[in-house]
Write a protein that binds this ligand. Structure first.
Ligand SMILES: Cc1cc2nc3c(=O)[nH]c(=O)nc-3n(C[C@H](O)[C@H](O)[C@H](O)COP(=O)(O)OP(=O)(O)OC[C@H]3O[C@@H](n4cnc5c(N)ncnc54)[C@H](O)[C@@H]3O)c2cc1C
Length: 551
């Protein structure tokens, strides 16, 4: 007989993993994830054997998908993404995390909150209610407390970041210090190894925070369990089927099925479950953040880049009237040479020693990564989980990026180049002084071969089933007891890296689950926690003459 739980969570990444930790104390919870789990308790700054072995294996290249056709990789999904209208047969490999913790376990750890205009954009796009900056404020704070989000001590910044910040400010560009969700980071130089977990447990993923909390509260986690379908009877979600080690299982849900398999995985599961047939918005409105790296050469060889680039600062690309464009620059790191995520495009060596060996040869090299945050296109998720087809037609029939993305990215390349020129840069790639057609070709080629980061919006929340897949709380319009909780729910693209937004929406939806679905009488809402934290802050305890700073 199938096991029965109050809630089944399908996918334990940023969204699903965060929710698991918030709700597990109030009901029986089953967490299923397609990837592996390494249960040793977190030891931030030191690490534990199992995760160190994982990181080493990834250093050696086991991240590689076995093939694009089978869509299998050891800890990644690789989805074919069609980006170029001029070459409809060519697809790039869009990688998404496949391990407990999801993207939060392998990302860079840059923590940016969305801007006020992004919340306005949610309402303009789908009329969704309850998605204002004020509504979300306590949820950002909750996530930031749990994940130890803080700005780095400037003593550990790269020299290039410090000088980049000074030069940019001198040019009138507002620059911000980039916060990170890390604990006891030893600044080993690999913090920008996007695509690989932190070897020393410093990256505060849901695998190290909310998942252990959920398990402690009684949740059951089954790893290497791939969800095939949500069971739906009389338009009500009643459970899920999943495979593990070649066997197929069913688990029943008394109250709720949460699908949190990411902005690509979630609509695919819902398509396979027949939800798309009830609501054509499922899988539609894919938004993403394509980006380009810029690398420059500076005089001297003491920039410390062989120890790994860092993203210490970020800013919006500013136009000549002082208005921010929809592009965000992370400095002082380029990206391709630090991560297999996009390095594969340039055929640059992987992580660890091969990477360090390459970087040691280019000690005068620094850079930045520029994300286009609001391209003027939508993409779409179609096909099935076993045979997915992702279209994100960012390149036009001419093979060049659509105009808005192109002009935002080129403005960024020119601005970053100008800032680095102030530091004496004598070469840069791409080079902002090149003729525009050359720049357009270079960025078009990079984007259409490297994919589009940060997919979001594919089961977006809105005011009605005509324009969205779920309501303000992530509840399906069409199937009772079915919720989405991940990047897919974001109503419109945001102008920040998305991890903070996803955790905040998971926090908000967790309050809904606790109070409305699990009937918890004294759910610790984010608002209540926030108030408690404020009181805590105003009355710091004093020991041995020292103020204890609340963590
Ligand atoms: C290399 C990289 C670097 C990044 N850097 C940053 C950064 O610095 N800052 C930032 O804010 N954001 C960053 N991001 C983005 C951010 O990490 C993701 O947007 C976020 O983690 C997505 O959260 P999610 O819950 O939507 O999906 P995920 O975290 O991807 O979770 C989905 C989970 O579902 C599981 N799953 C999928 N399909 C199934 C299935 N059929 N059955 C069972 N389980 C399934 C997966 O194994 C995974 O654990 C980065 C992303 C990547 C890939």
């Amino acid at each position: 007989m199938a096991d029965t739980y109050d809630v089944i969570i399908c996918g334990a990444g940023s969204g699903g993993g965060f929710m698991a930790g918030e709700i597990a104390a109030n009901g029986s919870v089953l967490i299923l994830d397609a990837g592996p789990y390494f249960p040793e308790a977190a030891n931030p700054g030191v690490g534990v054997p199992s995760r160190r072995v994982l990181a080493t294996q990834m250093n050696l290249g086991t991240w590689l998908p076995k093939s694009k056709e089978t869509n299998h990789g050891d800890i990644f999904f690789t989805y074919p993404m069609y980006m170029d209208r001029s070459n409809p047969f060519a697809s790039t490999a869009q990688r998404e995390a496949r391990l407990v913790g999801g993207g939060s376990a392998i990302n860079v750890g840059a923590w940016l909150r969305p801007r006020l205009v992004d919340f306005d954009g949610f309402i303009e796009e789908t009329g969704v209610s309850g998605w204002t900056k004020k509504d979300f404020e306590p949820h950002f704070r909750r996530a930031e407390r749990i994940l130890n989000v803080h700005r780095d001590d400037r003593r550990f910044w790269n020299k290039a970041s410090i000088l980049y910040e000074q030069a940019a400010i001198h040019m009138g560009i507002p620059v911000f210090e980039t916060a990170s969700n890390r604990k006891n980071c030893i600044f080993c130089g690999h913090r920008l190894n996007a695509g690989m977990p932190c070897k020393y447990d410093s990256l505060m993923s849901t695998a190290l925070t909310q998942i252990p909390r959920a398990i402690k509260a009684g949740a059951t986690l089954i790893d290497n369990a791939t969800v095939l379908q949500v069971q739906i009877t009389n338009k009500t979600a009643t459970g899920v089927t999943y495979t593990r080690n070649g066997e197929t299982f069913t688990a029943n849900a008394r109250k709720l099925v949460v699908v949190s398999a990411g902005a690509i995985g979630t609509p695919l599961i819902l398509r396979d479950s027949g939800v798309f047939d009830m609501n054509a918005n499922v899988g539609n409105y894919l938004r993403a953040h394509p980006g380009v790296p810029i690398d420059v050469l500076l005089p001297g060889d003491d920039w410390g880049m062989d120890r790994g680039y860092q993203w210490n600062v970020h800013h919006h690309v500013m136009d000549d009237k002082g208005f921010p464009l929809d592009a965000v620059v992370h400095a002082s790191a380029g990206f391709p040479s630090t991560t297999s995520w996009v390095a594969a495009t340039f055929k640059i060596g992987l992580f660890g020693k091969p990477y360090k060996d390459i970087m040691r040869q280019f000690r005068s090299r620094v850079g930045a990564f520029i994300f286009a945050m609001k391209p003027a296109i939508y993409g779409r998720i179609t096909g099935t989980r076993a045979n997915p087809v992702i279209t994100y037609p960012i390149a036009t029939n001419l093979g060049l990026l659509e105009d808005k993305t192109s002009s935002d990215l080129i403005a960024g390349i020119k601005q970053v180049g100008a800032i680095y020129k102030k530091l004496g840069a004598y070469a840069s790639f791409p080079n902002g002084d090149d003729p525009e057609p050359v720049l357009k070709q270079q960025i078009g080629l990079f984007v259409t071969t490297s994919g589009a980061l940060h997919p979001q919006g594919t089961c977006r929340a809105g005011a009605n089933p005509g324009n969205s897949a779920v309501d303000t709380w992530g509840m399906s319009w069409d199937v009772k007891n079915l919720m989405c909780c991940d990047a897919s729910v974001i109503p419109n693209h945001i102008s920040s890296n998305p991890n903070s937004m996803i955790m905040a929406l998971a926090s908000r939806q967790s309050d809904y689950v606790n109070l409305q679905i699990l009937g918890a009488k004294s759910a610790s809402t984010a608002e209540a926690e926030d108030l408690a934290a404020q009181l805590h802050r105003t009355a710091p305890s004093v020991s041995a003459g020292k103020e204890e700073v609340p963590q």
